[in-house]
Design a binder for this molecule. Structure first.
Ligand SMILES: Cc1cc2nc3c(=O)[nH]c(=O)nc-3n(C[C@H](O)[C@H](O)[C@H](O)COP(=O)(O)OP(=O)(O)OC[C@H]3O[C@@H](n4cnc5c(N)ncnc54)[C@H](O)[C@@H]3O)c2cc1C
Ligand code: FES
Ligand code: FES
Length: 509
């Protein structure tokens, strides 16, 4: 064990790289956020707090980790919901990192000034950091990529047109305004990382945790095991502990519900949980693979899911949140589950050395209640490989296109034998206490001709499958209508009988 590592553990400290230097930070409360630490301890007040729930992007920072090409992988995240100990062994960039004090501005900042992309300025550091992540990771983004990169940033006064123009133009500026150490992080392209970036990567690697982090401070405990064996041992020693993955659900329990989390076990340092393996029968996605990486891998085999996943939260949330967290949390309005269910996804649950496999649709028992036994955790998600001829769609209905929670999310998988429905699976989120299949509707369709008449009777059958509730997102009646119409949309898109953009009316009642 490294001497510095030993000392840091004794003193409840973590280490990370900031502006090219290793920083050792004392943890006084394991659920303090990175944002609180930046503003209150380091007095780096450029990073702002708007909503404290991952919605507005004012708090956006960029996190760097050693990437696959030998360089750094940079990703924007919301610092307001990330607990400080999760920064251990990583590189942090804040808006203050980009240019030298008193020197010229970074190209992203200069473009924001030149295109009048800021008025009150409160949201601006967050926009700058999201654009900085884009600047370093994409050479010539198109409008869709620019819009997507900004989906997690809200501006209430300037309007988005000047910000988008700044984003388009930032590539035209010389990099003179970049701080000397930021210049070491090269823009994407070329073969492998250049020597100065490799030196920075090595600095980050030198502080990678080699053994479990164990913090006791402020009456709370925080563990970050670095192996599966240690994780299993910790879970059995602390059966009541909360498992933390990307923290995009849990972070809000602290910042919004003001919950005190006594004992937390962080899963993000266990390498076996963060891999994606492509097998002949299924894609095995480790429970802590980020939504960004998991969705990319799934969309490579199921491109029809791309729009759903682009509309899942925002890049900073997808960069931190995990597919495992979405599945384990089991929210009735979680967006990945309807699609995963109709694909026939299975999950692997583990306790100690014992694992068991379960179809995902059998995992959910009741509202936020699942079939995890005491001491068990989700190890991986097995997404079956594409079946030739299978028709697949998932549609999300929410009030806004970007960064919004679903009122209803429907998913459909269809296998036709000629015109006859050979296999059909239909699942919804937002229609019941858990995401679940519409078995009665499926029975109405199976072995029948895939025609408008059949689909209309299946639309009616959805009323026997679900009795949705009314809440602030949608009324019960609206949900039922939408569920029927989404099935009809699926029919239109897959039967070739009408244009996919045909306006859909309620034929159900
Ligand atoms: C602004 C914002 C927008 C969002 N938008 C969407 C959206 O559009 N669609 C959507 O579906 N969700 C959305 N979410 C919710 C959230 O991002 C997802 O549910 C995410 O996938 C949670 O993953 P996580 O890794 O952050 O989970 P965490 O917050 O770390 O954990 C969530 C729960 O899962 C448990 N858990 C995590 N991993 C495991 C494991 N391996 N084994 C057992 N239990 C585990 C935790 O104990 C906890 O109970 C949004 C959240 C925010 C803040
Ligand atoms: S403060 Fe709004 S996203 Fe963090
Ligand atoms: S400039 Fe005021 S909120 Fe964006």
């Amino acid at each position: 064990m490294d001497l510095n590592d030993k000392q840091d553990v004794r003193r409840n400290r973590i280490r990370f790289v900031l502006d090219g230097e290793i920083v050792s930070a004392e943890i006084t409360d394991p659920t303090r956020t990175i944002l609180q630490y930046l503003r209150e301890d380091l007095r780096r007040t450029g990073t702002k707090e708007g909503c404290a729930e991952g919605d507005c992007g004012a708090c956006t920072v960029v996190i760097g980790e050693p990437g696959h090409n030998g360089g750094l992988q940079l990703r924007a995240v919301n610092s307001c919901i990330q607990f400080l100990p999760t920064l251990n062994g990583k590189l942090l960039l804040t808006v203050e990192s980009l240019s030298e004090p008193g020197g010229p501005l970074h190209p992203v900042q200069q473009a924001m000034v030149d295109y009048h992309a800021s008025q009150c300025g409160f949201c601006t550091p967050g926009f700058v950091m999201s654009l900085f992540a884009l600047y370093k990771t994409r050479r010539q983004p198109d409008r869709r990529e620019i819009d997507n990169s900004l989906a997690g940033n809200l501006c209430r006064c300037t309007g988005y047109r000047p910000i988008i123009e700044a984003a388009r133009s930032m590539y035209d500026y010389e990099g003179d305004g970049e701080s000397s150490w930021i210049r070491r992080v090269h823009r994407v392209g070329g073969n492998g990382a250049p020597p100065d970036e490799i030196r920075l990567v090595n600095l980050v690697k030198s502080i990678q945790p080699k053994f479990s982090l164990s913090i006791e401070a402020g009456g709370k405990r925080f563990f970050a095991p670095v192996s599966m064996t240690e994780l299993c041992a910790l879970i059995s020693q602390h059966p009541g502990a909360l498992l933390l993955a990307g923290g995009t659900d849990i972070g809000l329990w602290v910042t919004k519900r003001l919950r005190e989390l006594d004992t937390v076990i962080y899963l993000g340092c266990v390498p076996d949980l963060s891999t994606i393996d492509a097998g002949t029968d299924y894609l095995e996605i480790g429970a802590t693979v980020t939504l960004t990486d998991a969705m990319k891998a799934i969309c490579e085999i199921y491109p029809d899911l791309e729009e759903l996943f682009i509309r899942f939260a925002s890049p900073p949330i997808r960069n931190a949140g995990t597919l495992g967290g979405n599945v384990a949390n089991g929210s009735p309005i979680g967006d990945s589950m309807p699609a995963l269910i109709v694909l026939g996804t299975r999950i692997v649950l583990r306790r100690g050395d014992v694992t068991r496999e379960l179809p995902l649709d059998r995992f959910y028992i009741d509202y936020h209640k699942n079939d995890l036994h005491p001491g068990e955790f989700l190890q991986s998600i097995r997404v079956p490989v594409a079946v030739p001829g299978r028709l697949l769609r998932s549609y999300k209905i929410s009030k806004r296109f970007d960064q919004d929670i679903s009122a209803v999310c429907g998913a459909y998988s269809l296998q036709l034998d000629g015109d006859i429905v050979n296999d059909i699976r239909v699942a919804y989120g937002g229609m019941a206490a858990t995401p679940r299949r519409a078995h009665i509707c499926e029975r109405t369709l199976r072995d029948r001709e895939w025609t408008e008449d059949t689909v209309r009777s299946a639309m009616k059958a959805l009323d026997d499958d679900f009795a949705p509730i009314t809440d602030m997102r949608a009324s019960s009646g609206y949900r039922s209508t939408i569920a029927r119409n989404l099935l009809y949309r699926f029919f239109l898109e897959t039967s070739g009988s009408r244009n996919a953009n045909t306006q859909v009316y309620d034929y159900g009642s």
